[in-house]
Design a protein around this ligand. Structure first.
Ligand code: PAF
Length: 289
């Protein structure tokens, strides 16, 4: 146990909280979050603790990654219970800035942003065209403020993880971006802060996403078409799950290659809640006939 974390709300607080550790050459791990923490986030913290001497968790509901009509206003804000959970697992600093600290010129004012490139317009980007620009911009700011040696993100938001890795590589950012496996409920539903929007019956339906992904992954040795057919069949058996996309890609989200690892990704609406999930798939060497 590291004791209660220091809560920093400004760049000055953050620098002061990390100064002594940095002077001793301690490495810094960052876990960026929007709060509403669950066991998936705590697994990211655990990974960061393994990889770095000091752990910073940021809690910031980033307005620029929400599109018009999305859930920015109703996004759960549970700072007190987040802090309690973080104190229990042991982190050094919680960075909880105000919007003005992160966006001194205003969140919707003119300014420099990070362009996610073509991948930002695919998959999630089709329905959320400005989402990844907002994510990459805030993550770049967090990297600049915290200056972590390593930053840990969940594989649950797989496209986000791939884009953040691409950003770090392309912009030569001195940080190692580490992915962490998705944490699931016992029945397979991927943990997400948005699961709390689901009512009882919707929660039952939501498990169809992970079941479809499992069915697809099981069909991996039979090839791409079999994977997609198996996953589609499982989803098709459930009324009330409105699929946005179901797609098989290579791990970097380019086209999948037979005989290699691939990633099966799904997005669907259950009621008004949009859920995403993905799994690794080992593809058989033969093309489907
Ligand atoms: O995954 C999230 O919670 C957010 O997209 C992130 C990475 C914290 C940026 O706001």
């Amino acid at each position: 146990m590291r004791g209660a974390p220091v809560v920093a709300t400004t760049r000055g607080d953050l620098d002061a909280a990390l100064a002594a550790g940095r002077a001793k050459g301690r490495s810094v791990g960052l876990v960026p979050t929007m709060g509403a923490l669950h066991d998936g986030h705590l697994a990211l913290v655990e990974r960061a603790r393994q990889l770095a001497d000091l752990v910073v968790v940021s809690i910031f509901v980033n307005p620029t990654q929400f599109g018009a009509g999305e859930d920015l206003d109703r996004y759960p804000r549970t700072f007190d219970s987040d802090l309690e959970q973080l104190a229990q697992v042991g982190v050094d600093v919680v960075f909880h800035p105000a919007v003005a600290e992160m966006y001194p010129d205003g969140a919707d004012g003119p300014g420099v942003t990070v362009d996610p490139g073509p991948l930002g317009a695919e998959l999630e980007g089709v329905v959320r065209p400005t989402h990844f620009r907002g994510v990459l911009t805030v993550v770049a700011k967090l990297f600049g403020l915290v200056r972590p040696d390593v930053a840990v993100f969940g594989e649950k938001d797989y496209q986000q993880l791939v884009l953040i890795k691409q950003m770090a590589r392309t912009l030569c950012l001195p940080v190692v971006v580490e992915g962490c496996p998705t944490v699931r409920e016992v029945d397979g539903l991927a943990l997400s802060s948005r699961n709390r929007y689901l009512d009882g019956p919707q929660r039952q339906l939501a498990v169809a996403l992970s079941r479809a992904l499992d069915a697809g992954a099981d069909a991996g040795p039979s090839g791409t078409v079999a994977v997609l057919e198996a996953a589609r069949k499982t989803l098709g058996e459930v009324d009330g799950v409105d699929v946005d996309y179901l797609t098989l890609r290579a791990p970097d989200l380019s086209d999948p290659v037979p005989g290699r690892e691939a990633r099966l990704l799904v997005a669907a609406r259950v009621g008004s809640t949009r859920l995403i999930d993905n799994v690794a798939v080992s593809l058989g060497a033969e093309e489907d006939s």
